[in-house]
Design a protein around this ligand. Structure first.
Ligand code: ACO
Ligand code: LMR
Length: 617
């Protein structure tokens, strides 16, 4: 690459920082220019390694991440550019580190607020070592058809519209990044476009100034004219005056110094850029434009006819036969990011999942439409939340209270019950909380805790088929099916289950009616005639009262059947008893109990002398 060039179609760059959007814009530009390879060789992200996924057209590619500049430079000696997104606190230090490598030749300092002393030190080091720095406080720039720095030149559509995907004949440089995008467009409208364009940045002492780039353009045979936008404040524009005056610059220069409005404003006006303040007469925009004009720079009367001057200059070069006609390249389509296409209503796709119970995508997550802060403010409680998320209903208070009553009642029934026992044994085996409670939860089933749903099903079947209790018990016996919700290992008619009593009393007091409970209690009258432990147990009581509650809430029989078929009614026992399982786990951990081994004297060993021999037929 010639020494007057900074970039070409093979340029490889690092991005210092995690600005993946800027990286994607660079890759999209590369793709638009039909480069053979992406220009981003890697990201330098001291906080983490691995890679980022970006798009190369529609294909996803992985761009490596390096924890240090040294690692990146070692892995990619071909990369000679670093786009430095480091903050003003570390931008100078990391820029110097990059310039000190053997391979990185150009660094772009994006940050604003870099200490001027640091920038001047960097500029001196760069010049001494034939390296280049653009910035600080810049958006960078672009070399049409070859390389784009970060976010420069705006959207891909703008780049296509202003034909920045292929080189023109104009060398452009400005102080301001915002005006550089405007400048590219003005050049596109009034010439065959820019060959390259940069914003040197608005600091008082940019690392490279307008003249540094204009002198590069003077040496570049592909650049036929130059366009420059200076700015009020400082004196860099006088370097252009001297260069034109001394004949260092011979190509036509169209130049405007912005900030002429400063004179109409009272006092010294500090414009947006740190360097944009006219504190002396010579640093005013008028003085600069006057001095430029006096040495033959083409200076418009105002920014309004800046484009006109460019056009006249370009047309003159054309008549002089200095402009080569451009064969417009085909421009590949840059796919739009999916999220943008969705936002613009350009695409749609079927969803894979549906949620009708909650939505976290809005400002506040909501349970069935109730924002969570309202759930708390309005005191929904656990029963109300279960109503919203399970039933999709704003339950009346008695229903919310019943749910919370059940959760409290079933939370635990001692370490001896099978689920708690399994949790304890698993905890004593040194397993984790989740593993220990899972061993308890999987014990819940048709005999322990999981009979709630079965009880709802069996008793509903009996009642819906208008079976008298005796007829129902006989029918289940005939099917050799145990009535779910009937029977207990320790509770009986003489030793009633207080939990069942509590729930029945609650229902009698708060439920408008309890038809299925009444039916189940009538069945209990029959079963306890056979054995006094065949009582309506806690599972059975929960099951029939849940059905009664739903019927009171105007659920249809088919809706209740659907809930029974999905095992809905066991849910309350599972949630509640998990509280107890966790309690047993924590208890064992606190006690530091050892591995459990069952005692032999509690096992009947009834083993044959030898196995039965099976003859092959
Ligand atoms: N329906 C009809 N008959 C029953 C039932 C029942 N639910 N439960 C027991 N019997 C009968 C048995 O068939 C047996 O009769 P048989 O001697 O003619 O064969 C007799 O009663 C004794 O049976 P056992 O299994 O010895 O009774 P046990 O007291 O051990 O059973 C158990 C208790 C496991 C709860 C049992 O009643 C049962 O399986 N019930 C159904 C499931 C259920 O509701 N579980 C929830 C329990 S509460 C909870 O886990 C929180
Ligand atoms: C329980 O709630 O776990 C008990 O009713 C069941 C049992 O085995 O005692």
């Amino acid at each position: 690459m010639e020494d007057y060039e900074l970039f070409d179609r093979n340029t490889k760059a690092f991005i210092f920082g995690t600005q993946t959007r800027a990286g994607q814009r660079m890759l999209d530009f590369d793709y638009l220019c039909q480069r053979d390879e992406p220009s981003v060789a890697g990201f330098i992200t001291p906080t983490g390694g691995g890679y980022f996924k970006l798009f190369w057209g529609t294909k996803e590619i992985r761009i490596p991440r390096y924890r240090s500049i040294a690692d990146a430079a070692k892995a990619h000696p071909e990369a000679d550019v670093m786009v430095n997104f480091a903050s003003e606190r570390s931008c100078a230090e990391t820029t110097m580190e990059a310039l000190e490598t053997d391979t990185i030749r150009t660094v772009i300092m994006i940050a604003e607020g870099v200490p001027q002393r640091d920038t001047r030190e960097i500029a001196a080091f760069a010049k001494k070592n034939n390296k280049w720095v653009i910035g600080p406080a810049t958006v960078g720039g672009i070399k049409p058809g070859a390389f784009k720095i970060g976010n420069a030149a705006g959207t891909m559509q703008n780049i296509k519209d202003t034909k920045l995907h292929r080189p023109g004949s104009v060398g452009f440089v400005s102080v301001s990044g915002g005006l550089s995008n405007e400048g590219y467009n003005i050049c596109h409208l009034n010439s065959d476009g820019i060959y390259e364009g940069y914003a040197v940045g608005g600091d008082v002492y940019p690392a490279t100034t307008l003249i540094d780039h204009l002198l590069r353009y003077e040496k570049n045979p592909y650049i036929k004219m130059m366009v420059c936008l200076g700015e009020v404040g400082g004196t860099d524009e006088y370097d252009v005056v001297e260069a034109v005056k001394s004949g260092k610059i011979t190509k036509p220069v169209v130049m405007w110094t912005t900030g002429t409005c400063a004179r109409m404003l009272p006092g010294q006006v500090q414009f947006g850029h740190a360097g944009a303040k006219a504190d002396t007469e010579e640093s005013t925009a008028e003085a600069k434009n006057k001095a430029l004009k006096e040495v033959g720079v083409i200076v418009p009367e105002s920014f309004d006819d800046f484009g006109e001057k460019i056009k006249k200059t370009f047309e003159k070069l054309k008549t002089e036969g200095k402009i080569e006609p451009i064969e417009e390249p085909t421009v590949p389509h840059i796919p739009m990011d999916y999220n943008q296409a969705v936002a613009e209503g350009l695409v749609r796709k079927p969803t894979n999942f549906i949620s009708t119970i909650c939505n976290e995508t809005g400002e506040v997550h909501n349970y069935c439409g109730i924002p969570i802060d309202d759930v708390i403010k309005e005191g929904y409680g656990l029963g109300g939340v279960i109503g919203l998320l399970w039933f999709k209903k704003d339950l009346p208070q008695y229903a919310r209270d019943f749910i919370e009553l059940v959760l409290q009642i079933v939370a635990d029934h001692g370490p001896a019950v099978s689920g708690a026992h399994n949790t304890i044994v698993t905890a004593r085996a040194g397993k984790s909380l989740i593993e220990s409670i899972i061993s308890g939860i999987v014990t819940i089933g048709p005999r322990f805790g999981g009979a709630v749903n079965g009880a709802a099903k069996h008793f509903t079947w009996g009642m819906e088929n208008n079976m008298a209790p005796r007829e129902f018990v006989d029918a289940m016996k005939a099917k050799n099916v145990r009535i779910q919700g009937i029977g207990h290992r320790i509770h009986s008619v003489e030793n009633p289950d207080a939990r069942v009593e509590i729930m029945i009393n609650f229902a009698r007091k708060h439920f408008p009616k309890t038809p299925l409970l009444d039916y189940a209690l009538a069945v209990q009258m029959v079963t306890t005639m056979k054995k006094n432990t065949l009582i309506l147990n806690v599972d059975g009581c929960i099951g029939v009262l849940c059905v009664d509650m739903l019927k009171n809430l105007n659920y249809s029989d088919s809706e209740i059947k659907e809930m029974i078929d999905m095992g809905f009614f066991n849910a309350l026992f599972i949630i509640g008893r998990t509280i107890g399982f966790m309690g047993h786990y924590f208890d064992q951990k606190r006690l530091k109990t050892p591995l459990y081994r069952h005692p032999w004297d509690d096992i009947l060993y009834d083993v044959p002398e030898k196995p039965e021999k099976v003859e092959n037929k």
